[in-house]
Design a binder for this molecule. Sequence first.
Ligand SMILES: [Zn+2]
Length: 199
Amino acid sequence: MKRFRRWVFNGLVTISVLLLLPVAVLFVRSLFVTNLIQVFRENAIDTRTDYEDSFQFSMGLGGLSFERGRGERKFSNAYTASLLRKQSGYSYDNRYHVNWTNTRRAYGGIINGSRSFRFLGFRWRRIAQTPNEPFSGGFDITIPMLLPLAIFAILPFIFLRNRFIRTSRSEDNLCLACGYDLRATPDRCPECGTIPPRK
Ligand SMILES: [Zn+2]
């Protein structure tokens, strides 16, 4: 049972390290480059109405954002619609497309409005559909990347701390389990009964 628990613990430490390293790299990278990954589809509902559906992920200055956008845009007439559709470069095929771009350097990367709720690096915004933001009937949420970093660092930290304690106890001839001085009783700890490993 004890061996099984140690095995599970070591497994979780390994997973934590494997997650910690890429998040740490992305965190440092986000301090210099702000990226935006957009997954979106465009559709022309009729001659003067566009529909857009999007998922956006962005990272910037230590913040990670997700934005969900959805909405319709009405053009004043079919002529303007066809003109602006050509300019936009969208394909209007109602299929999801992926676009990876550098964006404005900002916390979380996604543009934040004054209406947004913020607390300790967390940001939340419901985006109302307005004439200026026709495709924004959605929300965006930002979390500080330090949060996953801290979570993935907990188990590796405990692992290293345990190792350090064991090493220093072993060097000082103390019981590995409880720290009792074993110089007088090297075969068995009188305090907790642990039998020390042979040197
Ligand atoms: Zn002991």
